[in-house]
Design a binder for this molecule. Structure first.
Ligand SMILES: *[C@@H]1O[C@H](CO)[C@@H](O)[C@H](O)[C@H]1NC(C)=O
Length: 118
């Protein structure tokens, strides 16, 4: 039953790889579904569509002409619930406000899910 040994080896190797390869993106479990690997900014959304995601548990915002799903970031936002002021709406003004340092420009790109349809 040599084949069994090969199969077993294969499985063990596979399991080993799972442990060796560091899991990036361990937090924000909801992200993967939206980003879906290739071309994460290729989708576009209407303003109406974005406006339905306007709660703490489901929070999308518009900055310039891009759409961001910041649901996973709401609890981390240093400015607290201010991030919800424009939930489901245009957050451009708030985003570029004086309370934000340049770091936010890097952070926000992780949450981009597409662009705004015009
Ligand atoms: C969002 O607000 C900004 C600043 O007030 C404005 O320039 C922009 O046109 C607005 N965008 C949309 C899609 O309403």
């Amino acid at each position: 039953m040599e084949i069994l040994i090969y199969v077993l080896l294969f499985v063990l190797l596979g399991l080993g790889a799972l442990f060796v390869i560091p899991r990036s993106n361990s937090k924000g479990k909801g992200d993967a579904a939206h980003l879906g690997g290739s071309g994460k900014t290729s989708r576009s959304y209407t303003k109406k569509e974005v406006s339905t995601h306007n709660t703490r548990k489901d929070c999308w915002i518009i900055i310039k002409d891009k759409v961001y799903d910041v649901t996973a970031y709401v609890e981390e936002h240093p400015g607290g619930d201010a991030i919800l002021n424009n939930a489901g709406d245009n957050s451009t003004e708030g985003f570029f406000g004086p309370q934000h340092g340049t770091r936010v420009f890097d952070i926000i790109e992780d949450f981009c899910i597409g662009r705004l349809k015009d």
